[in-house]
Design a protein. Structure first.
Length: 521
């Protein structure tokens, strides 16, 4: 078994992605989660760039990680400056990080046209920077920027740059596909050539501009690289970095002879979603291995086969990466989908009910409903069809009023009248919009009877026009995603020409599902 080091740069390279902004606390939480899972290296950031990164290193130094080695990222010394006098070197040393990752130029074009120094000076900058850091007791990883482009343009000079890094004392040389434009066969061939040019281990750092970052990382490992750099969920600048989740899963589960994370890949789904939550980003539903759709089955033929032999349409068991199998329901569904989804109600042996439910699904989807993201509404539909549904309240009346004054200020007020048991509740509430106001009024009417609703909150609200040809008279589909206090989430759906009515139906389904769940139904 060949051990492959996993180097995470989510906190630095991943943070450069559009829409990603980690707080100091976010970075500390992610670093400690990576440490718990056995990541070999965690890059905390560039301490010279901002106070937040500098503070991160100070806090990590005060309470060190248990397994992962913390890395501080920086650049080679400036032109004509001794490393000891360079502000970047001082910031790296002040970070107290035991490992320093230095990035330097490989491509002669970047040396002369971007960095604006001579080719020889660039070699001296690489060598002297690393040698200085080694002299003061730090281990150094060298990231060779634009490595593959540089090797293809001038292999002799590219080789000299990584040899200079080795002469300075770098413990590993990392080949960077900085522009993300290399092909797997190029990466494999150049990795082997680079391996003949230096006598230290090689690593790989790829970007995803051609959708090949994971493939290129695997190609480099097959050609001899012992370290993979990347980010969780592929976060990063432009099209992102190599997704370490997929890299780890492929090396551990799909290829032979590699040891990664000590085999603890069953936590990958949890890790992926944890980082999405910290970053306040939606899951990528079709993300390989860990996405909610990675093991989701919709076609009736597929579901029928999976119910008999799961491996017929799954390349691995979802549990191996901590994921779960899902069966979707739509007009493409067959009876097998309905049977799979109703097994928890112990109704799957009622063939007449299964056919009745399937017919309702087809009819409703023809009207614009979709239940793929609204499994809670599907569960309620099944209970209604089986005659087991017991509503927790009865709507008598609701009214929404939206007023805008001459200054453009808008106020929204909703009135809801319900019968809850033997009591009639009539409540009014204001909100930021009509749905928010309805939700507030509905909760006021119900909270006295069902206090657990205080733990329920709306996570997402989506509106989609179904038949756009009808213009403003078109029907709309509203999907609401709700979350309980324990973190459980579910989706509900409503369809109507009136967006308020569609929203109300989805909102009521969400509350009815929550109350039924609390009652064990």
């Amino acid at each position: 078994m060949r051990a492959i080091q996993i180097y995470d740069t989510t906190l630095r390279d991943g943070a450069q992605g559009e829409g990603v902004n980690f707080s100091l606390q976010d970075k500390l939480l992610i670093a400690r989660r990576l440490d718990d899972l056995g990541f070999d290296f965690v890059e905390g950031g560039y301490p010279l760039s901002n106070p937040k990164d500098a503070e991160f290193f100070q806090q990590i130094a005060a309470e060190p990680l248990k397994h992962s080695r913390v890395c501080a990222f920086g650049m080679t010394r400036r032109k004509g400056v001794h490393p000891a006098d360079d502000p970047g070197m001082k910031a790296l040393l002040e970070s107290q990080a035991p490992v320093i990752t230095i990035v330097g130029k490989t491509h002669d074009f970047h040396v002369t046209e971007v960095l604006r120094v001579s080719l020889e000076e660039n070699l001296a900058m690489i060598r002297e920077t690393i040698a200085y850091l080694r002299e003061v007791g730090r281990d150094v990883i060298y990231d060779a920027e634009h490595f593959f482009d540089g090797w293809k343009a001038n292999p002799n000079y590219a080789a000299k740059t990584i040899q200079a890094a080795v002469e300075g004392g770098a413990m590993i040389v990392v080949m960077c596909d900085t522009n993300g434009g290399s092909m797997p066969e190029e990466v494999a061939a150049i990795t082997k050539q680079a391996g003949s040019a230096v006598q230290v281990p090689l690593g790989i750092h790829t970007h995803n501009d051609c959708e090949l970052a994971v493939a290129n990382s695997l190609a480099a490992v097959a050609a001899g690289a012992v370290q993979v750099q990347g980010t969780i969920n592929g976060l990063g600048e432009r099209c992102g970095n190599a997704d370490l989740v997929s890299v780890i899963a492929n090396l551990a589960l799909k290829q032979q002879g590699y040891e990664v994370l000590g085999g603890r890949v069953e936590h990958l789904t949890e890790l992926s979603r944890y980082v999405y939550e910290i970053a306040n980003m939606h899951f990528r539903i079709n993300q390989p291995f860990v996405g909610p759709s990675a093991f989701a089955h919709k076609g009736g033929m597929h579901v029928h086969a999976v119910n008999r032999v799961a491996s017929s349409y799954e390349h691995i068991a979802p549990e191996r990466v901590g994921n779960t199998r899902r069966v979707l329901v739509s007009e493409l569904s067959g009876r097998s989908n309905i049977v799979a989804l109703t097994s928890k109600f112990n109704l799957q042996h009622d063939s007449a009910l299964m056919e009745r439910v399937l017919k309702q699904i087809v009819d409703l989807e023809n009207r614009g409903y979709q239940f793929e993201a609204a499994e809670a509404s599907f569960d309620l539909l099944v209970q209604r069809a089986a005659g087991t549904f017991r509503p927790h309240f009865e709507l008598l009346h609701y009214h929404v009023d939206v007023e805008t004054d001459g200054g453009g200020q808008t106020t929204t007020e909703a009135t809801v009248k319900l019968r809850v048991g033997d009591e009639v509740r009539h409540e009014v509430a204001e909100g930021d919009g009509p749905v928010n106001a309805l939700d507030a009024a509905l909760r006021k009417a119900l909270n006295g009877h069902y206090p657990s609703l205080r733990g329920l909150h709306l996570v997402d609200y989506k509106v989609r026009v179904i038949n756009s040809d009808a213009g403003t008279a078109a029907a709309v589909r509203v999907v609401i995603e709700s979350q309980d206090a324990d973190g459980t989430t579910w989706g509900t759906v409503g369809v109507n020409e009136n967006v308020i009515k569609a929203s109300w139906d989805a909102l009521v389904d969400s509350i009815e599902y929550k109350l039924a769940k609390d009652a064990g139904c």
